[in-house]
Every structure is written in structure tokens, then in C-alpha cells.
Design a protein around this ligand. Structure first.
Ligand code: PGA
Length: 256
């Protein structure tokens, strides 16, 4: 039996105004009750962060951003830094999402700086890794995961590794309705854990590894019941309070 606390994160991407965020939480928090033994993290767009933090005060929900710059301040037009996020009460940050890697030029070099910068500022990084469909078909999944994790965590000390949350997100399953099978997801999450364990056995045991890619209420229990899968990073289905609630409720229910 895993001692790791289930972790459910909502990645809203470029959806939700500040007002829509408030309406979401009116419904979501009304139904949630006590979250009990699970972490629930919602990642709204930047402009909705401060309002979300305010609305979720005295609730079990924590708020995270979807990206940040690695420097604390400077001439970086359009960017937002870790201290700016913590100043409004944000507690975590998604880093290296495949949309940022593919559409906005996010590199492993930048991530090698962003992950420690987030930790140093007191933000919990949710680091996303995953292979494309072509890479999976060419049997390169493990090589891709190894390359990304070695590069992105290169500057994180072994003693801090377990403070990072890793999301395994096969690119071919994101927003496509194609979910990795529980077996595929578990195999990849187990491989990621073995890489972390290779650096620190204690960190490998403690680190939370999530699956992301078309997680829905209908498939959540199957995925989240797996020993190696500690939670989910949910995109589309997290925009609906009832659906995200159903996914949060599924976590923990199927565990042995
Ligand atoms: P999806 O997105 O659930 O809409 O597939 C997941 C993600 O991009 O984190």
C-alpha cells in the first residue's frame, strides 16, 4: 500500500476569466467538503490567480500557476516570476507542459533553471514530461523520459527531489480523447519512479507521480487505482466543477 497522498491538479490552460473562476469555486467548494487525505490544486490563468487564492482561503484547495520565468525580476517583457506568484499566495507552478514546449519554445535548459527557482521561492513545481506519438511508436518513450528528467532535474539536489511533483503526460493523449491505458500509464510512471530512485531511494518512494492526458470521470478510478499513479493532471474535464469533483473523489477509492 502506498503512503503517498493522492494529488489532483486542474490545468485550466487559457480558459476562465476572474469572474468565471469565482463561479467555478462557488460550485466546486460547495460540493467538495473536506478533501480529507488528498491534495487538490487548481491552476488558473495568471489574471485569475489572486482571486482564486482569495476564494480558496480556508478551503482545502491550493492554487498554482501554469508557468513562470526563472529569474526573480528583470527585462523580460510579458513574463511573471516566482516571487510575484508567491506574493499573491500562489503555492505551486506547472513547468514544462508539452504545450509550452511545443508552442512557446520551452527548453530543458530553461527548465533546469525554473525547477530550482520555483523550489527556492517556496513554490511546488509540477514538472510535465512525456513522449509524442512518433516517439512511442519508435519505442523511444523511456529514452525521452530519461532525457527530460535528467535535464530538468539536474540542478535539484537529491534531498529536494521529493518536493517536486512529476506529471507523466504522453503528448498523444492530451486533449485528444485518447487516454493511455492504465497499463501504459502505470508502466511509464513506474519508470519515472525508478529514475528518481536511482538518485535517491527515499525520494523515489515519496515523490508524487501523476498521469495526465484525457482524464475524465469515466476513466479516473482505473488510472488512479494503480500503485504507481499518485494522481492526475486534468485539463478539459477540470473546467467543469462536477467532473473535476468526480475525478477528485475517484482518487483513493480504488487503492488497495
Ligand atoms: P487534457 O489535458 O486532460 O485536456 O487531455 C491534460 C493536460 O494538458 O494537462
Amino acid at each position: 500500500m502506498s503512503a503517498r497522498k493522492p494529488y489532483l491538479a486542474a490545468n485550466w490552460k487559457m480558459h476562465m476569466t476572474a469572474d468565471e473562476t469565482t463561479s467555478f469555486f462557488d460550485r466546486f467548494l460547495g460540493e467538495l467538503g473536506a478533501a480529507g487525505d488528498r491534495d487538490i490544486v487548481v491552476c488558473p490563468p495568471y489574471l485569475a490567480l489572486a482571486g482564486a487564492v482569495e476564494r480558496c482561503r480556508r478551503s482545502p484547495v491550493r492554487i498554482a500557476a501554469q508557468n513562470m520565468h526563472e529569474e526573480a525580476s528583470g527585462a523580460f517583457t510579458g513574463e511573471v516570476s516566482a516571487p510575484m506568484l508567491t506574493a499573491v499566495g500562489v503555492e505551486g507552478v506547472v513547468l514544462g507542459h508539452s504545450e509550452r514546449r511545443a508552442l512557446f519554445g520551452e527548453t530543458d535548459e530553461a527548465l533546469a533553471r525554473k525547477v530550482p527557482a520555483a523550489l527556492a521561492a517556496g513554490l511546488e513545481p509540477i514538472l510535465c514530461v512525456g513522449e509524442s506519438e512518433e516517439q512511442r511508436e519508435a519505442a523511444e518513450t523511456e529514452a525521452v523520459l530519461r532525457r527530460q528528467l535528467e535535464a530538468d532535474l539536474a540542478e535539484v539536489g537529491d534531498h529536494s527531489l521529493a518536493e517536486v511533483v512529476i506529471a507523466y503526460e504522453p503528448i498523444w493523449a492530451i486533449g485528444t480523447g485518447k487516454t493511455a491505458s492504465p497499463e501504459q500509464a502505470e508502466e511509464a510512471c513506474g519508470f519515472i519512479r525508478s529514475l528518481v530512485s536511482g538518485r535517491s531511494a527515499a525520494a523515489g518512494e515519496a515523490i508524487r507521480i501523476l498521469y495526465g492526458g484525457s482524464v475524465k470521470p469515466a476513466n479516473a478510478a482505473d488510472l488512479l487505482g494503480r500503485e504507481q499513479i499518485d494522481g492526475a493532471l486534468v485539463g478539459g474535464a477540470s473546467l467543469d466543477p462536477a467532473d473535476f469533483l468526480a475525478i477528485c473523489t475517484a482518487a483513493g477509492s480504488g487503492r488497495q
